[in-house]
Design a binder for this molecule. Structure first.
Ligand code: SF4
Length: 213
């Protein structure tokens, strides 16, 4: 049964990665919001290097809203796509100041209206900062879900819906963390380490680098 298979996969992965957690460093919801926007098309490790300095200078939404775009661009330059990211973070924080009293709203519908905030970023916040079940489909979760046939769509938002249908709600946030950790450590993009993969026997992916069957 598909539910049994999903349960088995998640149970193996949970046992393998009990330390699965967000890699992004943050001390509050605003920091997680900024770090997650910066993490688009960038490694979390690089974002942590940048935010190590950035978070000392910018502490409130107002600080970001008042930032000078050209200065801010240079401060986040190494995360890539820095012009867009700078524009979005400044605009996003402007909206936080104007509409939400400088706070990050604890509401998925409001979050996705903020500049630079898509469903993945909003789900990261809902699941990890607000403790509400949320399925944050990043590049690793997306890849692993496809390889393990948990989802079929090429659209990450639809993959989110597919995963939400087959994983119990109370496990959404945790499942993303273990699937993502599997993607980073074992089911890596270019050459997955299938010979040491704990769900190898449950995987029919054409990307497999070994065949046990
Ligand atoms: S067997 Fe290989 S491709 Fe399949 S989930 Fe494991 S690491 Fe990924």
């Amino acid at each position: 049964m598909p539910e049994e298979r999903v349960k088995k996969i998640l149970s193996f992965l949970e046992k393998t990665y009990p330390d699965a957690a967000l890699i992004l460093h943050y001390k509050n919801t605003l920091e997680l919001l900024v770090a997650t926007i910066l993490a688009a098309q960038c490694t979390d490790e690089r974002v942590n290097k940048v935010t190590g300095t950035l978070f000392k200078k910018y502490k409130t939404a107002k600080d970001y809203a008042n930032a000078k775009q050209d200065v801010f661009e240079q401060e986040i330059r190494s995360t890539g796509f820095y012009k867009n990211k700078a524009k979005n973070i400044i605009a996003c924080c402007n909206e936080l100041v104007e509409k939400f009293d400088g706070k990050v709203p604890e509401n998925m519908e409001y979050l996705v209206t903020l500049p630079g905030v898509g469903r993945k970023t909003a789900s990261v916040l809902m699941g990890n900062a607000f403790g509400k079940p949320a399925m944050a489909v990043d590049t690793h979760v997306f890849r692993v879900s496809h390889r393990l046939e948990l989802a079929k769509s090429n659209d990450p938002d639809k993959v989110e819906q597919e995963l939400c249908k087959i994983i119990p709600q109370e496990k959404w946030t945790r499942s993303c963390l273990v699937l993502g950790t599997h993607g980073r450590r074992t089911c890596i993009a270019r050459k997955p380490l299938c010979s040491v993969c704990v769900v190898e026997k449950l995987c029919n992916s054409p990307d497999k680098t070994c065949q046990s069957k």
